[in-house]
Design a binder for this molecule. Structure first.
Ligand code: AMP
Length: 582
């Protein structure tokens, strides 16, 4: 008989009343128990799309609604698991008919339309690697990611295609651009050489037989930022579904009759692992809202669709807090049963505000692009410890270590690390195995975060170990922003840091030195802001630019962002002995 880790409050599962029982159950846990709940393909094959969609149809749940979509103009569409199965088969057949082979990278640059979900899961059924891009990106991040992954297919929408049209000819690997003109919203003709999504799908075979992939075949690639260089593509395998499915139950408390809403964009890892894979492998109905943030609209969505489980982010919660507790109280939000948050530290005030506004605390959990799924969580069956990320899930070992890979004493700060080998662990950074290897110290995968563990095994986030900026839960590599700024003819050098912000946690601040002959005027500052925004995305472009005569650098010429940040915050500047001589 399958045994379950007892961390659910409701349903046919035991509840562990205290931490000692949790630990006993943790020790007895084996991933094989979860693996048995999935539908493996012949010869031990595993495919995320099969587990998320076809499995439910085969088990007689084809008429259940998988997706309840609401467009930004108020359009509505429901998609059953059976329709979802057919649409994804068709998209896989489209790829086959275009000659796209197993392992090729198929990227989407789209808003949250039903078609992005059809394209991503169709890509997986065709044995290709899906790469969802954030729709708010400007041309430079899109070019870098398509180029770096060697993507051969791009699925996009007319208005987004327009935003990046000038970079497309410079991508030699890109063979096909497929355009989704949702409900004929665009009246412009298709650009020369582009393919019309609807026309391709109309001819495609809905009985396409999905490829049998293995658990080790690549599935999804998400880009993530480091301190140096451009963002790297963290490549995941179909095996990740095991942990995404399990954590959907354990950490989001998903039950078959839930109505679930994840507010993350599919361009970020939460939007795929928990905006696609976890809910649908658990067979739940998912609400998808195409539009952006608006407190009133969000409460309306919860009320209209009777959302029961809601997964969102601290910045969004802080923005909701700003709009007050009267607004949620003027809506019927009684359907809500469980709220979780990820992406940044969730401050205790936000956890407590959940009690005031929704009558329930907000469950923080921690993970990152490379981990592929939730690793640490405040579970449904344990008391929330406000301000803490929670405790590690069963089947993974998390530690706080020093620079030599030894665990530090309880309560002390160190590097947050995970013992390699969890099911949803990324397998490489695309074409950069060396960088991948550099993330490990012995058996430990080094997450890049600093944290501490308390005596009850709860983990507390302290900060990033590197210069990566976290703005509204989106990681931003300073190098990517600096590279864009120095493309401007007036800019000699740029150094970029994260400046603390009460809502977004951090915003991007740039220090810029100018080339001779350019004056640091207000007009130039605005021009630089506009310039950066047109190339990046509003969320990643600098919110503030400060002109400086020169930037502090190491003797080897590296900009000392640490020092820029210390100066910005009025903190001690630390060891400056490696600074260049003036
Ligand atoms: P990403 O890879 O873009 O998903 O970003 C992952 C990073 O976001 C982590 O390495 C942390 O720095 C931060 N992060 C994610 N979840 C949390 C959390 N619950 N508390 C604090 N920081 C978090």
């Amino acid at each position: 008989m399958t045994t379950h880790y007892p961390i659910r409050k409701s349903g046919p599962f035991r509840v562990a009343p205290n931490l000692a029982d949790h630990d006993k159950a943790r020790a007895a846990f084996q991933w094989a128990d979860i693996e048995r709940e999935l539908d493996w393909l012949p010869n031990g094959g595993l495919n995320i799309a099969h587990e998320a969609i076809d499995r439910h149809v085969l088990r007689g749940n084809g008429q259940k609604v998988a997706m309840r979509w609401e467009g930004k103009n108020g359009e509505r569409e429901d998609v059953t698991f059976e329709q979802f199965r057919r649409e994804t088969n068709k998209f896989a057949d489209v790829l086959r008919s275009l000659g796209v082979a197993k392992g090729e990278r198929v990227f989407t640059f789209m808003e949250r339309l039903p078609e992005i979900y059809h394209a991503v899961f169709g890509t997986l059924k065709a044995g290709c690697i899906a790469g969802p891009l954030f729709s708010a990106f400007g041309p430079d991040p899109v070019r870098d990611r398509l180029d770096y992954s060697g993507a051969t297919v791009l699925v996009t929408q007319p208005e987004l295609r327009k935003k990046v049209e000038h970079i497309l000819p410079a991508l030699p690997n890109l063979k096909h651009v497929i355009v989704v003109n949702k409900n004929g919203r665009s009246k412009e003709p298709l650009a020369k050489g582009d393919l019309d999504y609807d026309a391709l799908m109309a001819k495609a075979n809905q009985s396409f037989v999905p490829l049998t992939t293995s658990r080790d075949d690549y599935s999804i690639m998400h880009f993530t930022s480091g301190t140096t260089g451009k963002p790297k593509g963290a490549a995941h395998r179909h095996n990740s579904v095991i942990q995404q499915y399990a954590t959907g139950k354990w950490c989001l408390d998903l039950h078959p009759d839930d109505i679930y809403w994840c507010t993350a964009d599919p361009g970020w890892v939460t939007g795929t692992s928990y905006g696609m894979i976890a809910p649908w492998t658990n067979g739940v109905t998912q609400v998808i809202y195409e539009g952006g943030f608006s407190a009133r609209k969000w409460y309306e969505i919860i009320q209209r669709y009777k959302v029961t489980v809601w997964y969102t982010a601290p910045t969004a919660i802080r923005m909701l807090m700003k709009s007050g507790a009267a607004l949620p109280k003027s809506h019927d939000l009684s359907s809500l049963r469980f709220i979780a948050s990820v992406g940044e530290p969730l401050n205790p005030e936000a956890v407590m505000w959940g009690l005031e506004a929704f009558g329930m605390g907000i469950h923080d959990n921690w993970w990152q692009t490379e981990t592929g799924a939730i690793m640490i969580a405040n579970y449904a069956s344990m008391d929330i410890r406000p301000g803490s990320m929670g405790r590690p899930i069963p089947g993974v070992e998390v530690g706080i270590i020093d620079g030599k890979g030894n665990e530090v004493p309880t309560g002390e700060e160190g590097d947050l690390a995970v013992k390699a080998g969890w099911p949803s662990m990324f397998r490489t950074y695309w074409n950069d195995e060396e960088r991948y290897r550099s993330r490990f110290l012995g058996d430990w995968y080094i997450t890049g975060d600093r944290a501490r563990k308390d005596k009850d095994g709860y983990f507390w986030f302290i900060g990033r170990a590197d210069d990566v900026i976290n703005s509204s839960g989106h990681l931003i590599g300073p190098f990517e922003v600096e590279s864009v700024l120095i493309e401007h003819p007036a800019v000699a050098e740029a150094g970029v840091i994260g400046k603390p912000d009460p809502i977004a946690m951090e915003v991007v601040k740039a220090f810029v030195s100018l080339k001779d002959g350019h004056e640091p005027t207000e007009q130039l500052r605005h021009e630089l802001m506009r310039f950066a925004r047109s190339k990046l995305a509003a969320a990643t472009a600098p919110r503030e630019i400060e002109f400086v005569k020169s930037l502090p650098k190491t003797r080897s010429g590296k900009i000392m962002r640490r020092l820029l940040k210390a100066r910005e915050l009025g903190l001690p500047e630390g060891d400056t002995s490696t600074l260049e001589d003036d």
